[in-house]
Ligand binder design. Sequence first.
Ligand SMILES: Cc1cc2nc3c(=O)[nH]c(=O)nc-3n(C[C@H](O)[C@H](O)[C@H](O)COP(=O)(O)OP(=O)(O)OC[C@H]3O[C@@H](n4cnc5c(N)ncnc54)[C@H](O)[C@@H]3O)c2cc1C
Length: 389
Amino acid sequence: MKPATKKTGKLKIRSNTEDMVRKTMRDFVDREVIPIAREYDEQARFPDHLFKKLGDMGLFGIRYPRDVGGAGGNTTLYCIAMQELARGLMSLAATVAMQCLMATNGLYLFGTKELHEKYLYPALKGEKKGAFQLTEPDAGSDLKAVSTKATKTSDGWVINGMKTWSTSGPKADFHTVLCQTDPSRGFKGLGFFLVPKDTPGFSYSKPFDLLGTRSSSISEIYFNNCHIPDHYRLGEEGRGLDVLLKILAEIRIMTASLALGLHRAAMDDSIKYCKERTAFGKPIGNYQLIQAKIANMAVNLEAGQLMVNKVTNLIDNGVSCLNDASMAKYFTVESACSASDEAMRIFGGYAYSMEYSVQRYYRDNRFLLYGGGTHEVLQTTIGREILSR
Ligand SMILES: Cc1cc2nc3c(=O)[nH]c(=O)nc-3n(C[C@H](O)[C@H](O)[C@H](O)COP(=O)(O)OP(=O)(O)OC[C@H]3O[C@@H](n4cnc5c(N)ncnc54)[C@H](O)[C@@H]3O)c2cc1C
């Protein structure tokens, strides 16, 4: 895959590579994902075969350079792919998004050649799965409260503690884990460590029974005297927050991209239903109150897409843009929640049946409200940043 190159001709605002990635992913989602989405959601089963196919297609390396087995793409291409995947099945999109970014980025930046060969290259091919663990039962938004402890030994580290809400937790081959090395230093004691699943003392709970993204495999993770070598520390000691901050804008714009995909699915299904369903002798799309719902969905989707495009462009040009990414995440996720709620109304009583996908969109979008920062936290940081100017 070639890196995106911009053409500046009239109305040609996207690169050929961007169009190609969107079309490839759109066709894949229409052909392979949408037809199985209902069945896998109902059975709370993850489509491992599609994960494998996406690995074979080179998607997991989309934002990594070619010298580590990536596709030489960028954040724009990554986010386009996530928009399309989320249109099909949010559980698959969220797991893939994790594999492409949070689960592998620390390994890419700080892993030795040996770790790259053992974990990064296979992960980018979809042969190994990664997970990313920040959250603990008593530490969600407040990462200063992380208490999973990494203790230095003569030849490495010993990890003790537990994590929760670990996406891919029960299935992952390796885990990027935020630990505290010196509780007296708060944020400055935090650091990331790589813990392979076959480390003695590593275990996990049975997968959670979820409201939405039911095909995702999410669990608690336990570390009981897990010994890892010194070079399994990802980044400098005490610089865990900096490592996280480096990709926080990208995490937020990826989450915004998932929201765009779900929003589009809710809108497309609604438009189709508005034309098919008749009431009082006319298709319901003839009624102005229904037209207003479609108009709101379309306007918010367009605005959200522009925000996402702006932020991915800033990231790809090395411009720091955390507040823009937070605003985009906040707006697109709230819009997707509103779009799936409106879709539930457009479908009338049939929205309540499992036969139509709108109920899945309505359940799945809730997870976007928490991942990448809750909206209360985002509102606080956005407001604070603006007031500090
Ligand atoms: C489906 C799913 C998958 C997930 N996957 C992962 C994963 O793979 N890895 C991982 O590490 N985590 C994961 N998470 C966890 C997610 O990141 C956390 O839920 C999120 O960080 C919020 O933490 P919390 O749930 O503990 O809420 P809390 O932080 O306890 O917040 C509770 C409430 O208080 C509000 N609040 C908290 N602090 C403030 C403040 N300063 N100002 C105003 N309001 C505040 C919050 O907005 C929220 O309304 C996942 C969650 C879900 C639902």
